[in-house]
Design a protein around this ligand. Structure first.
Ligand code: GLY
Length: 394
């Protein structure tokens, strides 16, 4: 692959001086998340889910038809693991049936986000309870997802009609969808899913990462030849800027592929992408929604990117043994402490979200400076990782 620059981490002292979160800080933060989950279980009931992002801090009730519904179910599974209380498991198990129904009825499944949906619902169910039905549904979801695999270019097409030129692209977010394929290979013994996931990952890292270690959001391929064409944004500020959540998906996507494949490039690229991310954090360590912005630009932050990046750092910390290992860990603790202290809804009684100040799609005027279901989920996942040796749902 092309040579990717690894920036030195700038201003290292600001990370070096961070103290690790104490068990007490983490427990208090998790207990707050649990109170929100308890309230929301009543509000959403058995078959409704929070909208992707909030409006004025409040999630609406929706049926299971968005790419984001798995995050609520994933939080229920995390709550079950954290508290041991059956009520979380009972509701999450009802969701498993709901996710099976969604698959059977083909409800808004013509996109690549089946990994987000099924890893956090049915795969989690199987891993935690051994439920064979949940395992079967997960494998069915994988089968549905691989219909989007394009031999020409070697990638899973994110959106749009299959093979259509203006939709013939991969997106960096999909690094979180391919663990469903790796997992299915492990469970079935059929390597074809692994091969598709791994080829998709290679097509991603070979194209979507710029030489300076920033990332494009999406990358087009030629449907006739499979040749790479160009990088284009969908949710970032511009084609040549670096959408913060895209970079965060990269920071977490690399360790997820490393976990399953032990691919050396994933390990080597991790400091490149992570340093680029860390070097563009404002003083409070919570990034603006696009990394092009600085304090002078008067832009909103995307707290969800901080939570995602923290999960990525915690995961890669299991494998990475480079000189900045401790800096990364402290950076993740620092970001998480800032989220705990200044980004949750603990003083916003009218909100039913957990983490404020997330941005869904600025360019679409969607979920700007709001709670997001993935922000809440990854915040909780990051916290759970600090209280137990957490077995990933991914
Ligand atoms: N995967 C869509 C997003 O990050 O907004």
């Amino acid at each position: 692959m092309k040579k990717i620059n690894v920036e030195e981490i700038k201003n290292k002292e600001r990370f070096q001086n961070i103290k690790y979160l104490t068990k007490e800080e983490v427990k208090t933060a998790l207990d707050f998340v649990i109170t929100k989950i308890d309230e929301n279980m009543e509000y959403f009931g058995e078959d409704k889910f929070p909208s992707a992002s909030s409006i004025n801090g409040v999630y609406d009730k929706k049926i299971n038809k968005d790419w984001t519904n798995g995050f609520w179910t994933g939080m229920l599974w995390l709550a079950y693991e954290y508290t041991g209380k059956e009520k979380y498991k009972n509701l999450a198990e009802k969701h498993v049936v709901n996710f099976k129904q969604r698959l059977d009825d083909r409800i808004v499944l013509e996109h690549h986000d089946l990994g987000f949906l099924y890893s956090l619902s049915t795969v989690a169910a199987y891993k935690l309870t051994g439920d064979e039905f949940a395992k079967k549904v997960s494998i069915e979801a994988t089968e549905y997802l691989i219909r989007r695999y394009q031999e020409k270019g070697g990638f899973i097409q994110a959106w749009g009609p299959l093979g259509e030129e203006k939709s013939y692209r991969l997106i960096i977010d999909c690094l979180l969808n391919i663990p469903l394929l790796y997992w299915t290979s492990e469970e079935t013994g059929d390597k074809k899913y692994y091969d598709m996931a791994y080829t998709h990952y290679k097509s991603t890292i070979n194209n979507i990462i710029r030489e300076d270690a920033s990332t494009y959001h999406t990358y087009y391929f030629n449907p006739e030849t499979g040749n790479p064409v160009k990088g284009v944004t969908r949710q970032g500020y511009s084609d040549e800027s670096c959408w913060a959540r895209g970079q965060a998906w990269g920071v977490y996507g690399l360790p997820l592929t490393y976990k399953y494949t032990k691919d050396q490039d994933a390990l080597n690229l991790y400091p490149a992408l992570t340093n680029y991310f860390l070097n563009r954090l404002p003083k409070d360590l919570i990034c603006y929604w696009d990394l092009i912005f600085t304090d002078k630009d008067n832009q909103v932050r995307d707290s969800s990117s901080a939570a995602i990046a923290a999960c990525g750092i915690f995961e890669m910390n299991k494998y990475y043994e480079g000189p900045d290992k401790e800096i990364y860990l402290k950076a993740a603790h620092g970001m998480l402490r800032e989220l705990i202290n200044n980004y949750t809804t603990k003083d916003e009684k009218s909100s039913n979200g957990v983490l404020m100040h997330s941005v869904y799609a600025y360019v679409d005027n969607l979920g700007i400076d709001e709670c997001s279901t993935w922000g809440d989920y990854f915040y909780m996942e990051a916290l759970i990782r600090l209280v137990k040796d957490w077995n990933l749902y991914w």
